[in-house]
Design a protein around this ligand. Sequence first.
Ligand code: FES
Length: 84
Amino acid sequence: MYVCMCHAVTEAQVKQEIDGGAVTPRQIAKGCKAGTDCGSCVRRIQALLGEHGARPCPTSRLAARLGLAEPGADAVAGTALEAA
Ligand code: FES
């Protein structure tokens, strides 16, 4: 499945970058260019990072604390809150 349509980057490619040590969307972008054009895929990239144990961005953590997290983001937010 494609994550970034602008650069035809698949979920598998993003996971490969994560396995290679990327922990931020910027590091993912440096490796495969995902998220460097329109930016509409960045939230999905952040979710993939969270699913694979990376610390979610501060905005996601704040949204979780305020009870504004999106459905399905609980696992990501929970990871951040547990780590904090
Ligand atoms: S869909 Fe990824 S930068 Fe546009």
